[in-house]
Design a protein around this ligand. Structure first.
Ligand code: SME
Length: 165
């Protein structure tokens, strides 16, 4: 992939061309816009899903011992709107306070199935004062879809979201 700007990738796919840097700039603007929190997280999910290999995007917030789905964008709704922190890839990322990439969800016993088409997943925690307060959960229909560039890009989005959540 071509090296351009901070996050270094421009992808082309069925959703058209997407510049990670232009996207990061749009997300920064909206996150710091002062708009209502839910409107912002909805927007962030919609914008992230413009990246061709991001099939479903959700933001979960930590509430007590559960992860609660606050915003999502994708072809269909998930039944996992509340996930105990001890369960799933989602729970594992919060417990680890670190990004988890699962290249093949069918090979990971932690995986909580949502969509038939999901082949890989990335979960990026939003850390605040050393604690996970939320997370970005992304499913891809492609196996092994998430690379180092996605990790870096999404870690930076999570860092911005920490100022809001
Ligand atoms: N697959 C996740 C559950 C959430 S859905 O992907 C929307 C997990 O294993 O935690």
């Amino acid at each position: 992939m071509k090296g351009v700007g901070k996050f270094g990738e421009v992808l082309a796919g069925e959703k058209g061309k997407v510049s990670y840097d232009a996207l990061a700039e749009r997300l920064d603007k909206i996150i710091h816009s002062g708009s209502q929190k839910k409107a912002i997280t909805d927007f962030v999910c919609r914008e992230l899903r413009k990246i061709p290999h991001y099939s479903w995007v959700g933001i979960y917030e930590v509430q007590g011992g559960d992860l609660v789905l606050t915003s999502w964008s994708g072809p269909s709704a998930t039944q996992h709107v509340r996930i105990p922190v001890g369960q799933g890839i989602c729970g594992a990322a919060v417990t680890a306070k670190d990004t988890i990439v699962v290249p093949d969800v069918n090979a990971d016993p932690r995986y909580l199935a949502c969509f038939l088409n999901t082949a890989s997943e990335i979960v990026v925690p939003v850390l605040k004062g050393g604690e996970a307060v939320a997370e970005i959960d992304i499913d891809s229909d492609q196996r092994n879809a998430f690379a180092a560039g996605d990790r870096r890009f999404l870690a930076s989005v999570a860092e911005e979201l920490a100022t809001l959540l």
